[in-house]
Design a protein. Structure first.
Length: 531
């Protein structure tokens, strides 16, 4: 009798193990990875509250939160699979948008995501603390939001929506500010409590962190799309690239952010390289708005001389190791809606020197300041600035280079307290919709960050943001790109992609198309979603 009981117990045990194995197999098509350790050069603001900072500062938040209308797994187009909304529908007059939420989606504390959470999170965007640049673009045309029932939200507009309205609900335009979190939990613990222990509904939950050191995310197995295939994702802050590479070679990290300069040696060492093609646009912007009280860069001849004396091909070849793309379009035609290729400003130093003399600047008289913006994913900023300064020296221009983070430079741009005449090298994330970005730099006189004020261009930008259809929007922003190029109001130095080096744990990785998103969620979700 005892032997039968033992046999029965063993049989039950085998069934339990088999069931567990089946569950694990259903979890992902491949073997589940216990942990991926990622070394980054910067963590940005380290603000876990979505309303603080922007997506380029904290792409890791994509792991933790969900959007109402998210992008597909390649971070390109709005999707009815990846976001909280399973569908959305416009009214006949297109003045009301009804969003239908999925049932059964859970926050990390087990509470179900409902319409009141969506409305609460979006309304909080109006907080004075919100640092996202697109808040006005969302609330400008919006009259009100209404909770219809637990799974429906109604967005009522003042007038017909513009072409970019749907994109506002996800990372393409809104960055982190449109991420959703639980109303009841936030009200219970308060703002400070939420920031200490944040909760979202994304594929990963934050389990521990130390500011300026590390962050650890753990798979949320109740995630509505299924358990992620990577159990833990651990981020380490390692500012020095040589240290990151050494850690990768020693097996201390699985992924390391690297510069283009080191890609050849890293590949020879047997590691994989994943790059975000066309992810970052490197602009050269002039500070020539009238309040600076300096007319130097208001002269088109001076701007043309500076832009056409830069040997962009040599910069790409020797500094970027041939990994950059040359384009004359400030919206970059590779991703921008309706974007068409514009040839780069031609390299002609002899003509550039002549233009400077005609503008009244004999050799050695023109002195400039060049701010080199320091951002994660573009470690070559200072090297590129030095190359530009060397090219300008050949046409008689003396240049002072100041490396600086955009966060500290931005307040001085707004208050017009920069050294003048000056320009800045500014890395920006490429995107399909550029209306907000164009307004930030070229609208006037209201835009506080405008670099140069040309009423004709400002009027054209207003047409971009007023476009009713995607086709009209694309045509309008392409027209702006063409006049910016024609009048030398700014120039594209090159288009690059962030580079991540990995060991064999990472077989596949699409770094995405949304501005600045490194698309870390792909690591845990691609076997569930990547068809």
């Amino acid at each position: 009798m005892k032997s039968k009981i033992v046999l029965l117990s063993l049989a039950l045990a085998v069934l339990v193990v088999a069931a567990a194995s089946g569950s694990q197999a259903a979890m992902s098509k491949g073997k589940r990875i216990d942990k991926l350790t990622i070394a980054l050069g910067a963590f940005g603001t380290e603000a876990i509250d979505p309303i603080l900072g922007i997506l380029d500062d904290k792409p890791y938040l994509r792991l933790m939160y969900s959007y109402v209308i998210d992008t597909d797994l390649r971070d390109k187009d709005p999707s009815k699979v990846t976001g909280l909304a399973k569908d959305w529908k416009w009214s006949a007059d297109r003045k009301a948008l009804r969003v239908f939420l999925r049932k059964g989606v859970k926050f990390h504390n087990g509470a179900e995501v409902k319409a009141e959470d969506v409305v609460f999170s979006l309304r909080r965007m109006k907080s004075p603390e919100t640092r996202g640049p697109y808040t006005k673009f969302f609330f400008g045309p919006l009259d009100r939001m209404e909770v219809v029932n637990d799974y429906e939200v109604l967005f009522i507009l003042k007038k017909k929506p513009k072409a970019s309205f749907i994109a506002m609900f996800g990372p393409i335009l809104a960055g982190t500010t449109m991420m959703i979190y639980p109303k009841a939990y936030f009200e219970k613990v308060g703002k400070n409590g939420f920031r200490r222990k944040p909760i979202g509904s994304g594929p990963y939950k934050l389990v521990r962190r130390e500011a300026g050191s590390y962050m650890e995310f753990e798979a949320f197995d109740d995630y509505f799309l299924g358990p992620p295939r990577v159990k833990k994702i651990f981020f380490r802050l390692v500012p020095e690239e040589t240290t990151r590479i050494a850690m990768l070679k020693r097996g201390e990290v699985d992924i390391a952010e690297v510069s283009r300069e080191n890609t050849v040696s890293i590949k020879k060492a047997g590691f994989k390289l994943f790059s975000k093609a066309g992810g970052d646009m490197i602009h050269l912007l002039v500070h020539a708005w009238p309040p600076w009280k300096d007319k130097t860069l208001s002269d088109e001849r001076v701007r043309k001389a500076l832009f056409t004396s830069i040997n962009k091909e040599e910069i790409n070849k020797f500094i970027l190791k041939g990994q950059g793309k040359l384009s004359g379009s400030l919206i970059y035609e590779g991703i921008a809606i309706g974007g068409k290729y514009i040839p780069p400003h031609p390299y002609n130093p002899k003509e550039a020197a002549k233009l400077l003399r005609e503008a009244g600047y004999p050799e050695g008289k023109l002195k400039l300041t060049l701010y080199a913006i320091l951002k994660t994913g573009y470690p070559e900023s200072v090297d590129v600035a030095q190359a530009i300064a060397s090219d300008w020296e050949k046409i008689g221009v003396k240049t002072k280079i100041i490396p600086e983070k955009y966060g500290t430079l931005r307040p001085r741009i707004i208050s017009r307290k920069l050294q003048v005449p000056s320009l800045r090298i500014h890395p920006l994330g490429s995107r399909p919709f550029h209306g907000g970005l164009l307004r930030v730099f070229y609208d006037c006189p209201s835009a506080k960050l405008s670099t140069i004020c040309v009423p004709e261009v400002a009027a054209m930008i207003k047409k971009v943001n007023a476009a009713d259809t995607v086709k009209e929007y694309g045509q309008a922003q392409q027209a702006v790109a063409e006049i910016l190029h024609k009048k030398y109001l700014g120039t594209m130095l090159h288009v690059v992609g962030r580079v991540m080096a990995t060991n064999d744990k990472v077989k596949k990785w699409d770094l995405g198309s949304s501005a600045y998103s490194i698309n870390f969620r792909y690591l845990g979700l691609h076997e569930l979603l990547d068809k």
